[in-house]
Design a protein around this ligand. Structure first.
Ligand SMILES: *[C@@H]1O[C@H](CO)[C@@H](O)[C@H](O)[C@H]1NC(C)=O
Ligand SMILES: *[C@@H]1O[C@H](CO)[C@@H](O)[C@H](O)[C@H]1NC(C)=O
Length: 188
């Protein structure tokens, strides 16, 4: 029996495996590149770790995210701020907001940024997507959130909507614990 067709078939199988692996690597790069910061003109100010909850409400057919509440921690694990959604979108349609802890002396937030999501990509099946958000308004000092132009939600863990819709009633609310990192970018 001539072995060359079998050899050819084996080589072909190996080649397609290699192509497959290359495609997977490229897909991952392509998919996260959709949430890259615009190439020119921005630099990373800092990245904060977040732990908290994604909030979902059942609308009769699906669980829909309507809020998030999380504490924000710096690299020394100090709590430096909070993340939540505005009740009413701002003038440019932004709701997700990051706010530094109130200044104890004056009782007002030191800085704040509100954003609108512009792109997202599912990186892990069991976790909420990674997201690129663009600022719709910021205020306050430049230590944390004043002047922030873009935010990226990365390294997400969990936080997905409940799977079960059968026993849910319209208006039911559920919280789903999550963690992630938020990176804050400012004009270079
Ligand atoms: C519930 O939310 C889903 C997903 O956002 C949407 O497609 C659907 O139209 C909503 N249904 C109602 C009754 O609002
Ligand atoms: C989200 O929760 C925070 C904290 O309880 C609250 O201040 C905010 O108004 C809520 N936003 C929405 C959209 O429900």
């Amino acid at each position: 029996m001539d072995t060359s067709p079998r050899l050819a078939a084996t080589l072909l199988a190996l080649l397609s495996l290699a192509l497959c692996a290359a495609a997977t690597a490229r897909d991952l790069r392509d998919s996260t590149s959709s949430i890259d910061i615009p190439r020119d003109g921005y630099k990373l100010r800092h990245t904060l770790h977040a732990r908290g909850y994604q909030h979902y409400r059942f609308n009769g057919t699906a669980w829909v995210g309507f809020n998030a509440t999380a504490k924000l921690y710096d690299q020394h694990k100090q709590e430096v701020g909070v993340h939540y959604f505005l009740l009413q979108a701002d003038a440019l349609g932004g709701r997700p907001t990051w706010e530094s802890l109130p200044n104890k002396m004056r009782g007002v937030p030191r800085s704040r940024v509100t954003c609108k999501s512009v792109a997202q990509v599912a990186v892990e099946q069991e976790s909420i997507p990674w997201v690129l958000l663009k600022s719709t308004g910021s205020a306050g000092d430049e230590k944390y959130f004043g002047g922030v132009a873009y935010v990226r939600r990365i390294n997400t863990k969990h936080g997905l909507a409940p799977r079960n819709t059968k026993r849910a009633l319209e208006g039911d609310v559920k919280k789903s614990a999550y963690a992630c990192d938020y990176s804050f970018y400012v004009p270079a």
